[in-house]
Design a protein around this ligand. Structure first.
Ligand SMILES: [Zn+2]
Ligand SMILES: [Zn+2]
Length: 302
């Protein structure tokens, strides 16, 4: 369905369900960062044993350098965002339950579904932009925003070792203005206006909840042990991103399946060649090469 065979997936990504982690023996071409097996087919140049630094996982030098850039200031911002967003989620949920009327259920359900789809697209757009463009050296956004995306490709399981705050801080931050707007909406409109616009309210609420939960859902898609049964059920019903589905993104050079909330849009966007068309246009206009910085980190072996 994606143009990637099982063999390609195994050759170009990390074994996440290996408890000892990331020890698959491989050799890397120094210039391209590609495995020797793949290079051999294209007449690739000198290869070196991967022993200096594993290509993926916690022992990878690039991954270690990126992890060390997580600062106390960033941690403080994440703690504030997590608490504020959870507070707003509770307030809005209470207001929605208070105003929910039986006759509005079908409108609310359909709007909520559109909200979830919007959140899935937003997750793909942000993930694609961060994976494909920019550099960790950029002021402000480089270390604070792009760093986790680079780290995640080099060590996909690092997310499973992050606590709730580090996993969710940034996404909860995005949820704050949307949920803040919604809470203000409830207090500034009459009950009649709220009923008339209940579909819109359900859309905004579900969209913001799924945006906020995106990285937690993403973390679950990398977790192979100890997941609660209800999470496994949601994954197997494809209500949230399933593990096997997200595995397709984690194949070098990480150029497809960017949606990480439900993953519903990955297949249609791939069929439409949506991301590759965006990259083609941006490269033509700006001259920038997609995934330049990501490739640079992937080659960091010492
Ligand atoms: Zn990615
Ligand atoms: Zn991932």
């Amino acid at each position: 369905m994606t143009g990637k065979s099982d063999k390609e997936i195994l050759a170009n990504s990390m074994y996440e369900d290996d408890p000892n982690g990331n020890s698959a023996p491989t050799t890397i071409n120094q210039e391209s960062g590609q495995p020797a097996a793949q290079e051999a087919a294209t007449g690739g140049a000198t290869t070196i044993p991967a022993a200096t630094s594993p290509r993926w996982g916690p022992q990878n030098k690039g991954a270690q350098e990126l992890a060390s850039l997580y600062s106390p200031g960033k941690r403080a911002q994440e703690i504030i965002c997590v608490y504020t967003c959870i507070g707003l989620m509770i307030i809005n949920l209470a207001l929605i339950v208070k105003h929910l009327r039986w006759e509005r259920i079908s409108v609310a359900f359909l709007s909520a579904l559109c909200g979830v789809i919007t959140a899935d697209f937003a997750s793909g757009l942000v993930h694609w932009a961060a994976d494909t463009w920019g550099s960790v050296d950029l002021p402000l956004i480089g270390k604070n925003f792009l760093r986790p995306f680079r780290e995640h490709h080099l060590d996909p399981t690092s997310i499973t070792r992050h606590d709730f705050v580090e996993t969710n801080g940034d996404n909860f931050m995005v949820g704050i203005p949307i949920l803040g707007y919604l809470a203000h909406y409830f207090y500034s409109k009459s009950p009649c206006e709220i009923q008339q616009n209940f579909g819109w309210i359900a859309y905004v609420f579900l969209c913001s909840i799924f945006v906020a939960m995106t990285n937690q859902i993403h973390k679950w898609s990398h977790t192979y042990w100890g997941l609660p049964r209800w999470v496994l059920l949601l994954q197997s019903c494809h209500i949230i991103l399933p593990r096997k589905h997200h595995r397709i993104h984690h194949v070098a050079p990480h150029e497809t399946y960017f949606c990480i909330t439900t993953g519903w849009l990955n297949w249609p966007l791939e069929k439409l060649r949506f991301w590759s068309t965006c990259e083609f246009i941006i490269e033509r206009v700006t001259g920038l090469k997609p995934r330049d910085d990501d490739m640079k980190w992937a080659k960091k072996l010492t």
